[in-house]
Each structure stands twice: as C-alpha cells, then as structure tokens.
Design a protein around this ligand. Structure first.
Ligand code: ADP
Length: 443
C-alpha cells in the first residue's frame, strides 16, 4: 500500500508527496452522473404503471432533472471552489424540488413516492459523503416540500408533521454518517501517510547506508593501492640489502659462530617474503576496479588457470577438467582465472598437507537454471567443522606462515560477488572439499 509518491526535493533528499485530493476525475463524475440521469429517465416506466398510461409532464420533469444533474457535473469543474459550493447547494435544492414535483404530478400525497422523500438526503449522503452541506440543503427542501404537499394539498397536518419530521431526522442521520465517514477517512489517510512516510524514511536510510558502504569500499581500494605502492618499493631494496648484508657479515664473521646471526636474518627474510605475498594478493584485488568485465568462454578461463596450477599439482594430484565449450560468463577473464587458480592451488595444498597418495582434483562447469556453476572438488581431507565457517575471513589460514596469507578465498569471494555471483564451500559426502562458484549467464 503506497499513498502519494516519492520525489527528490531541492536538497536531493527523498520527500513524500501526498495526493492533493481524492475526489473523482471529471470523466468519472460524468460517468456516474450519466448512469444516474439515465435511471431517472428510465424510471418513467414506474409513472406509466402508476397512472396506467403515458403522461408527458412527468416525462418532462424527469428529462429536466436528468439534464440538470449533467449540467451540474459539467459546470462544477469550470468554476472555482466557491462557485462549486453554490452549484452544489443549487443541485441539492433542485433534486428535492424535482422529486417532490414528480410526486405531486403522480398523485401527490396519495402516491407512495411521498414515503421515499426521506430517502433522498440519504442517497445524497451516500453519493457525496465528503460534504454534509448538500445533505442539509436537500433535507430542508424535502421537509418543507412534504410539509407543503400534505398541509396545503391533502390538508392533513398530523401526517405532514410526521413525514416532515421523518425527512428531517433522516437528513440528520445522513449528515452525521457523512461526518463520521470523513473522520474515519481522515484517520485512515493519516495512518497511510504515516506508514508511507516511515517506508520512505527506511528507504532513504538504506540508500544512505549503501552509499556510505560503497564510498568506504572505493576509499579502501584506493588506500590499499597506495599502501601497496608505498610498501613495495622500499620492500625490494630492503630485500636486496638484507641479502647483501647476509653475505658480507658471513665473510667478516667467518672466524666466529654465525648461527645466531643467520637465524635472525632468516626470520627477517621470511617476514619480507610474507609482506611480498600479501602485497601481491592485494594488488590483483585493487587493480580489478580499473578493468572492465566482458563476455568470455569459461573453458578458456579454466584452461589458463589449469596451466598455471599444473606446476603446483604435478606431483600431488591428477586434474580432470570438464567444462562445456559453449558455456560463457560475463567477467574479467584474468581475475576469474585468478579465482580458479586459487581454488586449484588450495586443493593441491590440502592434498599435499594430508599426504593423500592418489590425489584427484575435478573441475566441472555446468548451466543450472539460468546460472553458470563451476565446481572445484578434491579428495583431500575437506574442511573440519571449526575451519569451515572461517575460510572466507581475511587472513584466516591453517597453512604455515610462509605458505598462506589467508587472503585467497576472501578475495576470490569478493571477486565472484563483483561479477554478480557467489562462492561457497562444502564438504563432499564421499570426503574432500567442494568449492562452488556460481555466476550469472551473460545478458
Ligand atoms: P590461504 O590459502 O592463504 O590459507 P585461503 O583464503 O585461500 O588462504 O584459504 C583459507 C583456508 O581455507 C586455508 O588455510 C585452508 O585451511 C582452507 N582451505 C581452502 N581450500 C581448501 C581445500 N580445498 N581443502 C581443505 N581446506 C581448504
């Protein structure tokens, strides 16, 4: 349920714009009025039944009444608010007069139409519950009209008072009902507005949050690129210098025990290597923002990754690849190959660490319900329950410090999501790990 619409205001914020009015359009009014006018004319059949014959004056009154209603509905759109109030009052009075005139022509107080007079203000209350004035005007006209008919035409003061009282009380009921209807509508509108306003606020808050997160990510990307650049250049000369110092000190201290110094330098070396591998992982991630994804064949991407992983898997596992040639994805092929390579290397590491003798790695691509699925499975140890929930956390690793950075899967999942896909992990029922990369088909 939505009342009004959301628009951008001068400050760029979303604002709630409520409809100015709920009244029917001119076309709708004319349609309803047309039906009413038609009914008034067609009910001439009742006159014929009452009078047992055709009677021109009643037909003329009916036609006049019908035209008056149509004229009122047409003219009401042409005048301002004040003019409309005057026209509405005139229409209410005209309706009462026409009805009573018709009653008079059809036999006056002896015609059962006289007992329908109290219903006229009620009909108006139903037709226009938003405004009590027409009901009051029509009630007054009908009360006075019946009073006149019963007093001066049939000379029956008691009946005149009774019917006029009935018309007055029905008018009061109609006006009261209309007032209640207005109040209920106002409360309902306020409630709808409140709800729509709350929804708009929630949308705005969500949009703000998303914008802030996007900005944060972009800033992090830029920051990471700067940090990598800053670290990388000193890192290379520190690396070379340590290497040089190691050799020089060895020569100088050849007479003494160099073992302690050697171990310090070895640790320093390892630290440098670790920094280098973290920087290289992050480098691929930050560069990705500059590259444009395009449509590419999944089999080519997997072949590139398999070629690079061959060195790692050679003595550890046998690799089987099964990817249909026509399977295409929309991604940055180099980055996607990096994701697949990462999954293959992880499988190789797991098989080696667990000393699996006949290691196997399977890569299988398929199309499932409009998505591309790439599964990378191995017959290694799989994920232990304590490890599985954390494998996508940045810097989580179970490998030795010199082997793993714990960034591979975190970055791979981020890349998959950038291509509009997902990356999941599970254990195979028959043992081993299964990584599932799901990507959208190119549009
Ligand atoms: P890293 O390889 O540097 O440790 P990753 O994010 O690539 O970082 O992997 C995180 C962890 O997930 C690994 O340390 C390992 O414990 C686990 N893992 C990943 N792939 C497999 C696999 N095929 N079999 C078992 N464990 C795996």
């Amino acid at each position: 349920m939505m009342v009004g619409s959301l628009e951008r205001g001068a400050m760029g914020r979303l604002e709630m714009v409520l409809p100015r009015t709920e009244r029917p359009t001119q076309a709708q009014s004319l349609r309803i009025g047309g039906v009413l006018a038609l009914c008034i004319v067609l009910f001439y059949a009742l006159d014929v039944l009452f009078l047992r014959g055709f009677y021109l004056p009643s037909l003329l009154v009916r036609v006049g009444w019908a035209l008056e209603i149509l004229l009122y509905l047409w003219a009401r759109e042409k005048v301002g608010e004040r003019g409309e109030a005057v026209l509405t009052a005139l229409n209410s009075v005209c309706c009462g007069v026409c009805f009573l005139w018709l009653t008079y022509l059809l036999g006056g107080p002896s015609n059962p139409f006289i007992y329908l007079t109290p219903a006229l203000p009620l009909v108006l209350a139903l037709a226009q519950p938003r405004d009590a004035r027409p009901i009051i005007y029509s009630g007054l006209t009908c009360s006075l009209g019946t009073l006149y008919l019963l007093l001066f035409v049939s000379h029956d003061p008691m009946r005149a008072l009774a019917v006029a009282g009935l018309v007055a009380s029905m008018s009061f009921c109609g006006a009261y009902g209309a007032a209640q209807f207005r109040k209920t509508q106002q409360a309902l509108n306020a409630m709808r507005w409140e709800q729509a306003h709350r929804e708009a606020q929630e949308k705005l808050a969500l949009a703000e949050l998303q914008r802030a997160q996007t900005e944060k990510l972009a800033m992090l990307g830029r920051l990471a690129a700067n940090v990598m650049h800053e670290i990388n250049s000193p890192l290379s000369f520190v690396h070379a210098n340590v290497e040089f110092l190691r050799g020089a000190l060895r020569e100088r201290l050849s007479g003494q025990d160099p073992e302690e110094l050697d171990s310090v330098l070895k640790d320093t070396f390892e630290g440098l290597q670790r920094i280098e591998s973290i920087v290289s992982d992050l480098k691929g991630f930050s560069q990705m923002q500059a590259e444009e994804p395009s449509e590419c064949a999944l089999v080519d991407v997997v072949s590139d990754a398999a070629r690079l992983a061959a060195v790692r898997l050679k003595h550890v596992a046998q690799l089987s690849v099964e990817v249909p040639e026509d399977l295409r994805v929309f991604a940055t092929s180099g980055r996607l190959a990096q994701v697949v390579l990462n999954l293959l290397v992880n499988a190789g590491d797991a098989l080696e660490q667990a000393r699996v003798r006949e290691g196997r790695v399977w890569v299988k691509g398929m199309r499932v319900r409009g998505r591309v699925i790439l599964r990378v499975e191995d017959n290694g140890p799989g994920f232990s329950p304590g490890v599985l929930p954390h494998i996508f956390d940045a810097f989580f690793t179970t490998k030795d410090r010199d082997k793993g950075t714990g960034l591979g899967l975190a970055i791979s999942r981020e890349m998959a999501e950038r291509f509009g896909g997902t990356l999941r992990a599970e254990n195979r029922p028959e043992g081993g790990a299964r990584m599932i990369l799901e990507l959208p088909l190119p549009q």
